[in-house]
Design a protein around this ligand. Structure first.
Ligand SMILES: [Zn+2]
Length: 294
């Protein structure tokens, strides 16, 4: 049985992004960078991994600074599924960078799950003197305020490390001091078995591109060493260890680790490009769920 359907939903893009930001040591060239969040749907739960950002206020400033284009709101992005943001009830936040946590206000009924360390350490980073500003290059202080607002409403849930069955079959794994202070990845055990043979990993920014998993395509037979992502507040060793743990968790099946920023993801899985230029990628379907990309 398959409990959950998983789709990666593109909401914006960046035409040319330096390869070196995605894989450490790739000093030449640039690639297209899609910006996405993930919809995970069962009969009982409509969940997401991350929320993108709002192309207004300081989110808009950061979007323009990075050169992001073709931005669409969650309302537009969820529309092909017949869903509105109001219907999303559970949201896992992999980390607090603006393009992942920058739109909490658009999900008024959702309960948000994030590592306590991710919030507290970003607040600490904000208190540092001007010369440490580079640490906050991809965070929007307004997003932290929106997280506090959600906490006031009883909708922010702190995690301290790993957590099993946050909703049935979905586990959280902490990866502290990697891409960010309190990054985490999400493991969907689609057969609900503790030793799942049908698991999917939503990797957040712990894996930007397949090269971080030591390959160019996940079905490649010969793989190379893991390469850390090019942007981190934490340790390269921890990033490499995290890639290794993810691949081990899927029993070596790299295609079950989903890098949402990888431009090639829509070629690995069935996908559909919409008229607005955004792509939906279908990772897996729950029993009885029709394809959304045909
Ligand atoms: Zn990030």
């Amino acid at each position: 049985m398959s409990k959950y359907s998983i789709w990666v939903l593109e909401y914006a893009e960046l035409d040319q992004y330096a390869r070196g930001a995605l894989q450490y040591g790739a000093y030449e060239g640039s690639v297209r960078l899609p910006f996405c969040y993930v919809l995970i749907k069962s009969d009982e739960h409509i969940s997401m991994v991350d929320v993108g950002y709002n192309h207004a206020d300081y989110g808009g400033v950061l979007g323009k600074k990075f050169g992001i284009s073709n931005w669409h709101s969650p309302r537009d992005v969820l529309e092909p599924f017949g869903l509105t943001p109001n219907q999303i009830n559970t949201i896992f936040l992999t980390h607090a960078h603006f393009d992942h946590m920058g739109n909490l206000q658009d999900f008024p009924n959702a309960h948000f799950y994030i590592q306590q360390r991710e919030i507290s350490e970003w607040i600490r980073a904000m208190t540092l003197p001007e010369e440490f500003k580079a640490l906050n290059g991809a965070t929007d202080p307004g997003d932290i305020l929106n997280a506090v607002r959600a906490a006031c409403e009883g909708r922010l849930h702190y995690l301290d490390g790993d957590a099993s069955d946050v909703i049935p079959g979905i586990d959280i794994h902490a990866a502290f001091d990697t891409h960010t202070y309190g990054s985490m990845w999400i493991h969907v055990r689609n057969d609900l078995s503790p030793e799942s043979q049908d698991g999917w990993i939503l990797a957040g920014d712990l894996v930007y591109v397949y090269e971080n998993l030591g390959c160019e395509h996940p079905d490649q037979v010969e793989t190379g060493p893991y390469v850390p992502v090019g942007l981190a507040t934490g340790s390269q060793t921890r990033l490499i260890e995290t890639s290794a743990t993810m691949v081990r968790t899927t029993n070596g099946e790299r295609r079950r680790v989903i890098p949402i920023h990888d431009r090639r993801l829509p070629d690995v899985f069935p996908s559909r490009k919409l008229q607005n230029g955004l792509t939906i990628t279908e990772i897996c379907r729950a029993d009885g769920q029709d394809s959304m990309v045909r």
